[in-house]
Design a protein around this ligand. Structure first.
Ligand code: CP
Length: 317
């Protein structure tokens, strides 16, 4: 693997999950691969899980790790070509990226959608600039349109906890006070569409995701109907994707908050969320604290998904 930006970069998904579960059994078995290699993690946005789990994954593989928070201590970066730089941004990303590349062997990038231009976001402009100009393998730590390390961890978790051969997995929109990107639901759909699961997406009308990610998944606008017989409930908020409402909040309807009411019609489903989560907006205290909640093992598996990806990149260096 050279770069990791979406599910396709993993090749055979069953083999990738198998490899991840092997790594989980002995996470220090590949320490030699990262010896004298440096992992640089570049954050344009905040993080708890991605920062810690990816750094830990790099250390498990014997790598030195460096973290750069672009908005805390680094120069503010201009990202558009052709801009007259007479504002508050003293450095252009087209110089900054090759400089960063000169100090490391592998780069992880977190750069969320900015919601200033759908085209800029959906062309993954920042992530692709790193791929083009760093001269290094690049992996996504959540970019504008996808969060594949999260979805890979989610799939590993589903594999560990599934009780049927082909579980029913429901991705549900839930309310949030802020406009959030579509990256997590996009990637989750991408992975579930490749996995051996019965996949359903439910959201209020107007929250349709890009058809590139939804593909042939069943979309059900009635949340209770979607939850019937579900084995896994994956909750997430996202803002509107479709024009003219791209990046906008269309609803904060708390009837969509995942509670015991909806969980009662499932097949005693496991509850999942990528975290951080707004309690009693996305999910009630009772559901997230229940023994069927997987939010902690899911977060723990972020170390394993990152390690599997970085291991594959190191093997290809
Ligand atoms: N799930 C996730 O990516 O968490 P962080 O934003 O804290 O990294």
């Amino acid at each position: 693997m050279r770069h990791f930006t979406n599910v396709k970069d993993l090749g055979n998904l069953n083999e990738a999950v198998k490899e991840a579960l092997e790594i989980k059994k002995n996470r220090f078995a590949y320490k030699h691969l990262g010896e004298n290699k440096t992992l640089m993690m570049v954050f344009f946005n905040s993080s708890l899980r991605t920062r810690l789990s990816t750094q830990k994954a790099g250390m498990n593989l014997g790598m030195n790790t460096m973290v750069l928070d672009i908005n805390q201590g680094a120069w503010k970066l201009e990202t558009e070509r052709g801009v007259v730089m007479d504002g508050d941004k003293p450095e252009h990303i087209l110089e900054a990226i090759p400089v960063m590349g000169s100090y490391c062997d592998v780069i992880g990038v977190r750069a969320f959608a900015k919601f200033e231009s759908k085209q800029f976001d959906y062309e993954e402009t920042i992530l692709n600039q790193f791929i083009k100009y760093s001269g290094r393998p690049v992996f996504s730590m959540e970019a504008a349109t996808g969060h594949p390390l999260q979805s890979f961890a989610d799939l590993i978790t589903i594999e560990e906890y599934r009780e049927t051969a082909r579980p029913k997995v429901v991705l549900t929109w839930a309310p949030h006070p802020n406009a959030l990107p579509q990256a997590v639901p996009n990637s989750f759909a991408d992975f579930m569409n490749e996995a051996d699961v019965d996949f359903v997406i439910t959201h209020p009308e107007g929250y349709e995701l890009s058809s590139t990610f939804v593909r042939n998944a069943r979309v059900e606008y009635d949340q209770m109907k979607a939850f019937e017989g579900a084995d896994f409930i994956y909750a997430k908020n996202w803002s509107a994707f479709q024009d003219p409402n791209y990046g906008k909040i269309l609803s904060k309807d708390r009837a969509w908050t995942v509670s015991d009411r909806q969980m009662a019609v499932t097949n005693n489903a496991r509850f999942m969320h990528c975290l951080p989560v707004r309690r009693n907006m996305i999910v009630t205290d009772d559901v997230i604290e229940s023994p069927r909640s997987l939010v902690i093992p899911e977060a723990a598996n972020r170390e394993i998904s990152a390690q599997t990806v970085i291991k594959r990149i190191l093997k290809n260096l």
